[in-house]
Write a protein that binds this ligand. Structure first.
Ligand SMILES: NC(=O)c1ccc[n+]([C@@H]2O[C@H](COP(=O)([O-])OP(=O)(O)OC[C@H]3O[C@@H](n4cnc5c(N)ncnc54)[C@H](O)[C@@H]3O)[C@@H](O)[C@H]2O)c1
Length: 437
């Protein structure tokens, strides 16, 4: 199949590359000329394990091309995927300006058999509006489908090539069959291909993200309560997780969820609900609990130092919103860093891959350390914000030797409080018995 992927970001680049890997002829298009020039030379603009190798192999094989030109990339396509960003607008709703710009640009360039597939996460009603707009602009019936994406950054290729399920929203079965063919190479282990109406597919994506965000906010709130009542959220987590109705996934307390999806998708669904006269009380709470959770680490640090952080040196390990990605959108570490700087602290940071993105935001306000052990040099305390594997088993004797004081605030509950205290550390995690106030 000839595929054009419009929007070559985390989703578009991974999706386009994986479709090329399964033998399709793919052109990835973007308005960011620098990104496209880089990709033509094999420079992958994001950190995603395994992606560089796949881009290189498929580019060499001639199945994966990059372009900034709509007239070059669209007319021959059987399938035009749209994977542009749908960021949060000022009013909380998804900003669809990018999507509408693409729709208007491709309309005169589409061939008669082309199917337009929206991969971006879009609020209910967007696909039907797209369908009407394309029909109006072309003067014929255009096939429009929605194919929401469920990949996780950091494991995107695995998620895409071995999906739990593929969901498509369609208005006719022929389009569903064509998309099923396209996905068959990734569904060989009996994973379901679920075809439904446009609105149901639109809701499926938001409901999935809101459910996951709800689980995180729920366990974070329970963790905060555990601290107050001298319970240990890790014990509680084990106590509930063995119940098959509950399970263990997404029930790890931490410094709040971030990233390009959960925060904006929860807020976008809130707006959809409000626009339809429904007060989504649970979603308000999920969002509010998460906002508050992003301050928990700072509050603990501030309270430990008696609200006197001026002149203190704080080491921060982990800047990306989660491990194995360089994405810092809505990352909890940014909230912590802003608060530490505002309180007059000096901040030394390390992240295995996200430092350049953070430097672009904070410039010379921070000290960027090439190794995580460099960050703790003469630090008054260490805050761990992202659970990268390399942070899981540090040499604590070395930490003690390098730091001004052996003080650890563990935003991901990576370490054993009992063992750390035995080694002479002050240790504080999230929702632990020993954090009882
Ligand atoms: N990142 C994820 O983990 C993830 C997962 C599932 C779904 N999604 C959804 O997928 C969509 C894309 O997300 P992303 O993280 O890949 O975004 P991104 O910001 O990484 O990439 C979007 C790309 O679209 C390009 N673009 C914008 N306007 C354009 C235009 N008019 N023509 C061509 N290109 C244009 C941008 O330059 C950018 O490269 C969003 O709706 C998001 O909610 C993201």
């Amino acid at each position: 199949m000839k595929i054009t992927m419009i929007g070559t970001g985390y989703v578009g680049l991974v999706t386009g590359t994986c479709f090329a890997e399964s033998g399709n002829d793919v052109t990835c298009l973007d308005i960011d000329a620098r990104k496209i020039e880089g990709l033509k030379k094999g420079v992958v603009p994001i950190y995603e394990p395994g992606l560089t190798e796949l881009v290189e192999r498929n580019s060499k094989a001639g199945r994966l091309k990059f372009s900034t030109s709509y007239p070059d990339a669209v007319p021959q396509a059987d399938c035009v995927f749209i994977a542009v960003g749908t960021p949060q607008g000022d009013d909380g709703a998804a900003n669809l300006n990018g999507l509408w710009a693409v729709v208007d640009t491709i309309a005169p360039l589409l061939n008669e058999r082309a199917v337009v597939v929206i991969k971006s996460t879009v609020p209910v009603g967007t696909n039907r509006k797209t369908l009407n707009r394309l029909n109006e602009l072309t003067g014929r019936e255009v096939n429009v489908a929605l194919n929401p994406e469920f990949l996780k950054e950091g494991a995107a290729i695995d998620d895409f090539t071995k999906p739990d399920r593929v969901v498509v929203g369609v208005t006719n079965e022929e389009v569903a069959d064509a998309l099923h063919e396209l996905y068959k190479p990734f569904l060989r282990t009996e994973r379901p291909f679920l075809s439904m109406g446009l609105e149901s597919a639109e809701m499926t994506k938001y409901v999935a993200n809101c459910m996951l965000a709800t689980k995180i906010s729920f366990i974070n709130e329970m963790a905060n309560l555990c601290e107050r009542v001298a319970a240990d959220v890790n014990d509680v987590r084990r106590g509930i997780g063995h119940d098959a109705r509950i399970g263990f996934q997404f029930l790890f307390p931490g410094a709040g969820y971030g990233g390009s999806c959960f925060p904006k998708d929860v807020r976008a669904l809130i707006r959809v609900a409000e626009d339809h006269g429904l007060e989504p009380r649970l979603l308000y709470a999920v969002d509010e609990v998460n906002d508050r959770q992003k301050s928990v680490l700072f509050d603990k640090i501030d309270s430990y130092f008696g609200s006197d952080l001026a002149g203190k040196t704080i080491a921060v390990w982990g800047l990306a919103f989660k491990p194995k990605t360089d994405d810092i959108r809505e990352a909890p570490a940014l909230v912590l860093i802003e608060s530490l700087l505002a309180a007059g602290a000096t901040v030394r940071v390390h992240d295995p891959v996200a430092m350049e993105n953070v430097r672009a935001k904070f410039g010379d306000k921070l000290t960027y350390c090439p190794h995580h052990y460099d960050a703790i040099e003469q630090a008054d305390c260490l805050a761990v914000v992202t659970e990268w594997n390399e942070f899981r088993a540090p040499d604590f004797d070395y930490l003690k030797y390098k730091m001004k004081a052996p003080v650890v605030f563990d935003g991901r509950n990576l370490y054993d409080p009992v063992k750390l205290r035995k080694r002479g550390f002050y240790y504080s995690g999230i929702g632990l018995h020993s954090d009882a106030t």
